[in-house]
Design a protein. Structure first.
Length: 217
């Protein structure tokens, strides 16, 4: 185990601190304690989810962090980070959470069950989009659809820990649905026209915390 930790830490350290890192270099993070936490605001959960009877369910590697509250839904969901991509000037250009799945569902006015599945979340730092594979209905699928735009509330801070460790943290806020995502939500969940303005609500924050520590669960 010590050898594994040493190898992982040394490899990650060299990737971060070598000036000759090439663009598009992917670093696996699945073995480390690296997570992205999506916190949904009370206004969204009350005025959109509860009002429209929308249920949010974590599947795959995603998990709910707290107990269900407003509308029977949790407030926070954890998305384990699977990899990051390093671009020019040793900057993170993409973060992936492969295997994460969020299912949003509701009973439509005609009594039928409607659902939207968002999976394999990723953060595009170059264009400032949160992306995900969106599937719904019998044959509707959009791979890595831009779901949210975002603002960087707390820029990424990287902390080197002697001799081979590291940790980093950042926070993104003002998550707003893109025009494409609004159309997808409307179609997938069969939202009534009165609910369309609610798609302009703030969908919360994403907080990323990564480290070189090994994940055991």
């Amino acid at each position: 185990m010590k050898k594994l930790i040493f190898t992982l830490s040394l490899g990650t350290q060299s990737l971060f601190f070598t000036s000759n890192v090439q663009a598009g270099l992917t670093i696996p993070m699945g073995l480390t304690k690296s997570d992205s936490v999506h916190t949904f605001p009370e206004t969204l959960r009350r005025d959109f989810w509860e009002r429209l009877g929308i249920k949010a369910e974590a599947k795959g590697t995603a998990t709910a962090i707290d107990e269900p509250n407003i509308g029977g839904n949790p407030t926070k969901f954890n998305y384990p980070v699977s990899s990051i991509v390093i671009g020019p000037k040793v900057k993170i250009v993409l973060g992936r959470a492969k295997g994460t799945v969020m299912v949003y569902s509701r009973i439509a006015e005609d009594g039928s069950l409607k659902s939207l599945t968002l999976s394999n979340f990723s953060i595009d730092y170059v264009h400032q989009y949160v992306l995900a594979d969106a599937t719904y209905g019998k044959d509707k699928s959009n791979l890595q659809l831009p779901i949210f735009t975002f603002n960087i509330e707390k820029p990424l801070k990287f902390h080197y820990q002697f001799p081979f460790g590291f940790k980093s943290d950042e926070k993104l806020n003002h998550l707003y649905l893109t025009p494409q995502a609004k159309t997808t939500y409307k179609e997938a969940l069969a939202l009534p026209e009165i609910a369309i303005p609610l798609l302009d609500l703030d969908f919360g924050t994403l907080t990323q915390n990564s480290s070189s520590k090994i994940r055991f669960n």
